[in-house]
Design a protein around this ligand. Structure first.
Ligand code: CTP
Length: 395
């Protein structure tokens, strides 16, 4: 018989105060059916919706509601666990995670836990779509927290909209996906570039592009979770460096070129997700330029980093990106061949959800002979499919 993915996996189920809290009983049962070991923690507001006693019956273990019932529970339980699942996760608990607040057992365990965290929000649609809440949740997702999105439907308040806790089966599948991660890039050295570059006209003005860096950072995070040694070479972004990566911050295409050259010969793979500026001002003024009626700016092409690495004596596996306007696959294929890459990730930036500064992307991964088309996915899922290919090419 095939071994279940969750066999012997240790999971903390954190229950918070939503009307959907009673569904956590089914979640705990489902996880136990999969042979997982489950410990339950809950906030005091969750106890308004489901009793600790019912959760104890479901899990077969003491349920911790009070931070002070055991002085070290908030350290010992996170040390024990492989994953923390917050279901249902209220807006209040999610904002506490954002603030690193540890005033209850769920917040304290979250802060002390170093493994994967999965949150399954449940709340009224007005709360779920409130821009302040969306910003906090997006920030946590940028830090690697996984969201199991709520469903659309009838809500407890009588309204209809997005906010119903995701189905137990969907939450269990997400946990399996996270815990089944194969360390298939263990000890592999990956150099990943991300973000835009800035090409200075004078000390205060520069030419740049719309890249947010989200794709490259998602690849770095996914690679780390698969055991890779990651060097992230990043242009200017708002994203915090992923924990565990060696991050080198650069600004210009020239600096990125120097940093990639220094690191690429020791790497197993180079993934160029950065949007390197194609041109830089031919001359950079040392002083701030005065405003005139018009200005002539001479631009020179920057050196192509991928091409330079591809011609190295000991070259790593090379993955490039082609962000095109329109379904211009032939153009992407031309870059794959012209720059001597092993794989190219093509996307059409004019498609909705597939452009700049969004959390999703719709990509086609191409090699010399094949084209693997993927549906619109989160950038974290896109990162996973790209690294599946990299891992199989490196194995
Ligand atoms: N790239 C690079 N060095 C540059 C410019 C781009 O290494 N100076 C890399 C990008 O990181 C990307 C790939 O080359 O992985 C393709 O970049 P793209 O800008 O799409 O291609 P270009 O060859 O610059 O062509 P164009 O701008 O005309 O589309």
């Amino acid at each position: 018989m095939k071994r279940k993915v969750l066999t012997s996996k240790k999971i903390i189920v954190a229950v918070t105060g939503s009307v959907a809290a009673y569904k956590s009983i089914d979640l705990i049962r489902a996880l136990k059916k999969e042979n997982a070991a489950v410990k339950v923690i809950m906030t005091s507001s969750a106890a308004n919706f489901v009793t600790p006693y019912s959760l104890k019956i479901a899990s077969g273990d003491e349920v911790i509601t009070d931070m002070f019932s055991d002085p070290f529970a908030h350290i010992e339980i996170p040390k024990w666990a492989d994953a923390l699942v917050v279901a249902p996760a209220t807006a209040n608990t999610i904002s506490k995670f954002y603030c690193a607040s540890a005033d209850d057992i769920v917040g304290a365990c979250f802060l002390a836990f170093e493994g994967p965290v999965i949150v399954a929000p449940a709340m009224n649609w007005r709360m779920y779509t409130n821009p302040i809440f969306v910003e906090k949740l997006d920030h946590l997702k940028d830090k690697g927290i996984i969201e199991v999105k709520p469903e659309r439907g009838d809500l407890a308040c009588g309204e209809e909209g997005i906010g119903r806790l995701a189905g137990v089966d969907i939450i269990v599948e997400s946990i399996k996906k996270v815990l089944a991660v194969d360390p298939d890039l263990s000890k592999k050295k990956l150099v990943i570039t991300a973000g835009p570059t800035r090409e200075y006209i004078d000390p205060v003005r520069f030419i740049s592009n719309r890249s947010s860096g989200k794709m490259g950072y998602a690849i770095a995070m996914n690679a780390l979770s698969r055991g890779a040694e990651v060097t992230l070479i990043s242009g200017p972004t708002w994203i915090d460096p992923p924990k565990g990566a060696r991050t080198i911050l650069v600004e210009t295409a020239e600096e990125m070129m120097a940093s990639v050259s220094e690191n690429a010969d020791k790497a197993d793979a180079l993934i160029m997700a950065a949007a390197v500026a194609d041109y830089a001002p031919a001359k950079k003024s040392g002083q701030k330029e005065e405003k005139k009626d018009s200005m002539f700016l001479e631009l020179r092409a920057t050196e192509d980093i991928l091409k330079a690495v591809a011609s190295m004596k000991r070259r790593p596996l090379i993955v490039g990106f082609a962000a095109e306007t329109g379904q211009n696959r032939e153009r992407a294929r031309g870059k794959l061949v012209g720059k001597n890459m092993d794989l190219i990730v093509f996307n059409d930036v004019t498609l909705s959800g597939s452009g700049f500064d969004v959390d999703t992307n719709k990509v086609t991964i191409m090699d010399g002979t094949t084209e693997e088309e993927h549906p619109l996915m989160s950038k974290h899922d896109v990162a996973a499919v790209i690294l599946d290919r990299v891992a199989s090419l490196l194995s």
